[in-house]
Ligand binder design. Structure first.
Ligand code: HEM
Length: 151
């Protein structure tokens, strides 16, 4: 009798365990881009690395030249907040919209391409997987029309 109960209990547990395992795997792959990227610290490190590269760029450096350290720190924090919020993370973006904050800077398509090259470098350097890299690139691309200005 005991043997039969043990056997039938085992037969019940196996499908439950299987369902839980597949449900967890499903939740992982369905979780927010924010979680899949590794959360706040990972996004912050990516933003820092991209800003470092473009601020050092011969052409893009003009946007950060002669700006105070604190102004740059504040701007980086706003970019992190913006990306975290858009990626489904637990932050509320309090900065200005992309069109308003970049209007009049004369950011060209060439400037944009330099930014995307820097971003791709960073995603590769940090080992961000293909799916997440693609989503980050698509997200950046969704802001392009508000940032790049016609000459
Ligand atoms: C080549 C492309 C870009 C350049 C040259 C650029 C440059 C700048 C500069 C100079 C500022 C400071 C503005 C100010 O102090 O008034 C700024 C602000 C900001 N940028 Fe960009 N940016 C670029 C692309 C992007 C992209 C792709 C994003 C988002 C993914 C972004 C997000 C922000 C945010 C959130 C702020 C702060 C807005 C605020 O002050 O309220 N930028 N950007």
């Amino acid at each position: 009798m005991l043997k039969r109960i043990r056997k039938s209990a085992l037969l019940c547990i196996i499908p439950i365990a299987f369902t839980l395992t597949t449900a967890t795997a499903q939740a992982d792959s369905d979780s927010s881009l924010y979680s899949r990227l590794g959360g706040f610290d990972a996004i912050s490190a990516v933003v820092d690395d991209v800003v470092l590269q473009i601020a050092a760029d011969e052409k893009l450096g003009r946007f950060w030249a002669h700006r105070g350290d604190d102004g740059i720190t504040r701007e980086k924090q706003l970019i992190v907040d913006f990306v975290v919020a858009k990626a489904g993370g637990p932050l509320y973006y309090t900065g200005r919209e992309m069109k308003l904050s970049h209007k009049g800077m004369r950011i060209s398509q060439q400037d944009w391409d330099t930014l995307i090259t820097a971003l791709k470098n960073t995603l590769g350097k940090f080992g961000v997987p293909a799916r997440e890299s693609q989503e980050v690139l698509e997200f950046f691309d969704s802001t392009r029309a508000d940032i790049v200005e016609k000459p």
